[in-house]
Design a protein around this ligand. Structure first.
Ligand code: UD1
Ligand code: MG
Length: 433
């Protein structure tokens, strides 16, 4: 790994129209900057992130997720622009790859292509039908001459369809020599990193254009771009998982977080969302169910089931309209309409329709512990904290507010009263004779 990576993330991201820093907007569950860092980590052990706008917040986020990333604060007031961002950045290795923090779709393969060969500068270029907004790459007789930013282009140059994709692998010694020489004599009064291309060409250095895939190098600048990038990322995640053996019915309707992992034979039906760091092993998730930050093994969920964070389900059946939160269920059946929160339920137990663990008293959360082979009748409320030992039968409609011992029946019911002919007296129905 003899290459350093600098990720530019100091820009304001005005077009995102958000108080959240642009590079922290998420794609498939991960901030877009983290996608860039992950790609960088695959090829380098020396990564520097350049920050300015909301630097503290971004640095904190990065430090909570990664170790060993270095930071450089841009003096953006005095030296605005991508060239200004590189001022004072020191890298360890003899080559430096410069990436944009708002390009979450770049892959390791492309980065490797950009770092191959012996040119002094490898620069990424794309040919676009609509080059609007990009710096144009002036190429004469197959040789790169310079990059001209859109705002500085002559009408002739504006027609050039070969554009700068914004990633460069540069000989570090050259880079360190060129950066202090940049000026801001241009339409935007910014220090353009792109000017190093002309400097290198003028010195007779080897500048090599690397043609790259448009899809990977599209910068995310607006929420519209964010949605497009999300679609591409989702397609990649799902294609990889299907190749790995996950069955997906109507994959376009399914959402899967990039941190989710699958093992064995998993089936995801249409409309399923797998959110966060979920792990599924031989799981069948039926139509329109949501699984979030949970572990599901040898179990089926839904349709319309909701498994909230920190749940562990093994060998369990969860039916429609059942919500589970922060609970461990092993060998359990909960077929319909239930809320199981802050609970543990053991082997062979059945949770009837309409059962609710009352886990919250408005101030604190409490645990419900249900042992083996417990039959919890429909519409039971389990008022936590409460423990139900093994082999217990809870009659339908009971409010269980104290522990129940092994083998017992628990029943709480107001006796049923019937009043003869009350209906007819009350409604005076014509059928009343
Ligand atoms: C830049 C290129 C342009 C190229 C395009 C590709 C320059 C001068 N122009 O333009 O040729 O076609 O990318 O997407 O480089 N940043 C800083 N500090 C700053 C300004 C920007 O760190 O002062 C960072 C941004 O956070 C971003 C990256 O640099 O990650 C690119 O900045 P952006 O303003 O998007 O550059 P473009 O104008 O798109
Ligand atoms: Mg820009």
């Amino acid at each position: 790994m003899s290459i350093s990576v600098v990720i530019l993330a100091a820009g304001q991201g005005t077009r995102m129209k958000s108080t959240k820093p642009k590079v922290l907007h998420e794609i498939s569950g991960k901030p877009m900057l983290f996608h860039a860092i992950d790609a960088a980590k695959e090829i380098s052990d020396d990564i520097v992130v350049v920050l300015y706008h909301q630097a503290e917040r971004i640095q904190q986020m990065i430090e909570s997720a990664y170790v060993g990333i270095r930071f450089h604060m841009q003096d953006a007031r005095q030296f605005p622009g991508t060239g200004g961002a590189m001022k004072g950045v020191k890298t360890k290795h003899e080559r430096t790859l410069i990436l944009n923090g708002d390009m979450p779709l770049v892959t390791k393969t492309s980065l490797e292509a950009l770092t191959a060969g012996d040119a002094d500068i490898n620069m990424s270029v794309i040919t676009l039908d609509d080059p609007n907004g990009y710096g144009r790459v002036v190429i004469e007789e197959g040789k790169v001459k310079e990059i001209v930013e859109q705002k500085d282009c002559t009408p002739e140059q504006l027609k050039i369809q070969t554009v700068n994709a914004g990633i460069y692998a540069v000989n570090t010694a050259l880079l360190e020599r060129y950066i202090p020489l940049l000026d801001n004599n241009n339409a935007q009064k910014e220090y353009y990193l792109t000017d190093i291309i002309k400097m290198a060409v003028d010195e007779g250095r080897k500048v090599h254009p690397v043609y790259v895939e448009e899809e990977e190098f599209k910068g995310v600048n607006s929420k519209l771009d964010l949605a497009h990038a999300e679609e591409i990322m989702q397609r990649r995640i799902k294609e990889a998982l299907m190749m790995q053996g996950v069955v997906m019915r109507l994959p376009d309707t399914i959402y899967i977080d990039c941190r989710a992992t699958f093992e064995g034979e998993c089936i995801l039906e249409n409309g399923v969302s797998i959110i966060g760091e979920s792990r599924l092993v031989n799981a069948h998730i039926k139509t329109n169910s949501v699984v979030e930050d949970s572990y599901i093994e040898d179990s089926d969920i839904g349709p319309m089931g909701r498994i909230r964070p920190q749940s562990i389900l093994k060998n369990t059946h969860i039916g429609n309209f059942v919500e589970v939160k922060k609970s461990t269920l092993t060998g359990v059946k909960a077929g319909h309409l239930a809320y199981i929160g802050d609970a543990s339920v053991d082997e062979g137990s059945n949770i009837g329709a309409g059962v609710i663990t009352c886990n919250y008293d408005g101030k604190n959360k409490y645990q419900t512990v249900i042992g083996k082979n417990v039959f919890v009748g429909s519409d039971t409320q389990l008022v936590a904290p409460v423990t139900i030992e093994d082999d217990v039968l809870i009659a339908a409609g009971s409010t269980v507010n104290k522990d129940v011992e092994k083998g017992a029946l628990a029943i709480s019911r107001t006796p049923l009263k019937t009043v003869k002919n009350f209906f007819y007296k009350f409604f005076g129905a014509p059928s009343c004779k």
